[in-house]
Design a protein around this ligand. Structure first.
Ligand code: 0WD
Length: 256
């Protein structure tokens, strides 16, 4: 029996089979969880429906976190299928491409800053708020995906690093707010992984190579490894952990 047997988990942010969210969904399904997936737009729908079925699920729902009505409709639809919700995985981020190249001060704009923060950080609080009622009294867990750029000035990561710092603060405030109802809130800070979102970061290939050369384990992390850590953080095995950021990055963050 898997350690997520009987848990109902909503996983957002699947865009392809390289997505970190997909690593999470697969690992959680393996541990016995029931999975619901979301897709950002109609173009992704058929792919995500198929991926849900690989997890034995027929729940794939639309969600653009930029739209309040989508967030509301998501939980209304979910409530028709499930009598409660045990965990939400937030694996969503976006900044306009021109924000993610060159010098931070040159690149940053009011609009780019606002978009990055809204889609990559506010959306986590929005899902927590909208999902709160369904999660109450179930020892639930909220989980998001961060990156080292939240705490270090990583070249080209620019405004996304500032948004990830906001996201990590969000983890702490949400955990203080939702702890009394039994909901834990954590983040995984993943090492670089080649995904669709990563392709938007200038010099991403160099970043992967640099990590591989220097990190204690001399290799990059996989979505399966992030997925396994996510499964742990959404399970009762991590019942004493909240408000924290767990690094799943083959040790890169410890280097000076
Ligand atoms: O190296 C990496 N890949 C790392 C990613 C290292 C550390 C952290 N992360 C984070 C990302 O910042 C993000 O928060 O992990 C999370 C997942 O990213 P991913 O798995 O690397 O990327 P991807 O497979 O592209 O999934 C992210 C998806 C989007 O994909 P695209 O590439 O189409 O933007 O987030 C979704 C979308 O499907 N997304 C949205 N979903 C709902 N509403 C929205 C939105 N407005 N915007 C983006």
């Amino acid at each position: 029996m898997g350690f997520l047997e009987g848990k109902k988990i909503l996983v957002t942010g699947v865009a392809s089979n390289r997505s970190i969210a997909w690593g999470c969904a697969e690992a959680m399904h393996k541990q016995g969880a029931e999975i619901a997936l979301t897709y950002q737009n109609e173009k992704l729908k058929s792919r995500v429906v198929e991926m849900a079925s690989k997890c034995g699920s027929d729940i794939a729902l639309p969600l653009d976190v930029g739209k309040d009505e989508d967030i509301e409709a998501l939980f209304a639809s979910l409530a028709k299928r499930w009598d409660g919700l045990d965990a939400i995985v937030h694996s969503i981020a976006f900044a306009p491409r021109e924000q993610l190249e060159g010098d931070y001060v040159d690149a940053v704009t009011r609009e780019g800053f606002a978009t990055a923060h809204e889609i990559s950080s506010y959306s986590f609080a929005a899902l927590a708020k909208a999902g709160r009622a369904m999660m109450e009294g179930r020892n639930g867990a909220l989980l998001t995906m961060s990156y080292l750029g939240a705490v270090r000035a990583v070249p080209h990561y620019n405004v996304m690093g500032v948004a990830k710092a906001s996201l990590e603060a969000n983890v702490r405030y949400l955990s203080a707010s939702l702890g009394p109802q039994g909901t834990r809130v954590n983040a995984i800070s993943a090492g670089p992984i080649r995904t669709l979102a990563a392709a938007g970061i200038s010099d991403f290939r160099d970043m992967l190579k640099k990590v591989e050369e220097r990190t204690p384990m001399r290799r990059n992390v996989t979505i399966e490894e992030v997925g396994n850590a996510a499964a742990f953080l959404c399970s009762d095995l991590s019942s004493g952990i909240t408000g924290d950021v767990l690094y799943v990055d083959t040790g890169y963050h410890i280097l000076g």
